[in-house]
Design a protein around this ligand. Structure first.
Ligand code: ZN
Ligand code: ZN
Length: 133
């Protein structure tokens, strides 16, 4: 192998490693991207999203008969509180782990979507609207 060919191979290898590092860094930053701000999380965990089961939308209730955390059916009692995710309308028992999930992952525990509709993300204190599809 001539020195020129060896040098070419060496340069090619260095370029390949550099491309690999850039690709890995891009993938890692995408995977670790956080959804929403601290404020979005606090608003999602506020009193406005804690509602009685009976006050959730009928369509949402028909789609969700069980809490994904405890797998039990909703009791449908008037005082049964559920945490509603504003963006998608999914809800979970207030006593189950939805709040912890929302705080750490900043997504809906069921569909993994954002907590707030796009227009409300990082809002400036506008009225909280619990949107239910
Ligand atoms: Zn539950
Ligand atoms: Zn959802």
């Amino acid at each position: 192998m001539s020195p020129d060919v060896a040098l070419d191979l060496e340069v090619a290898a260095v370029v390949a490693v550099a491309v690999l590092i850039v690709a890995l860094a891009a993938a890692a930053s995408g995977a670790c991207r956080r959804h929403g701000t601290d404020d979005d999380v606090e608003r999602a965990l506020g009193d406005a999203t804690l509602v009685a089961y009976a006050r959730t939308a009928v369509e949402a209730r028909e789609r969700q008969r069980c809490c994904v955390f405890c797998q039990s059916e909703y009791a449908k009692a008037p005082d049964e509180l559920v945490r509603v995710v504003p963006a998608c309308g999914h809800f979970f028992h207030a006593g189950c782990d939805a709040d912890r999930w929302i705080r750490t992952r900043r997504t809906c525990p069921l569909c993994r979507g954002a907590l707030w509709p796009r227009t409300e993300a990082s809002g400036d204190g506008a009225a909280v609207v619990v949107a239910v599809p």
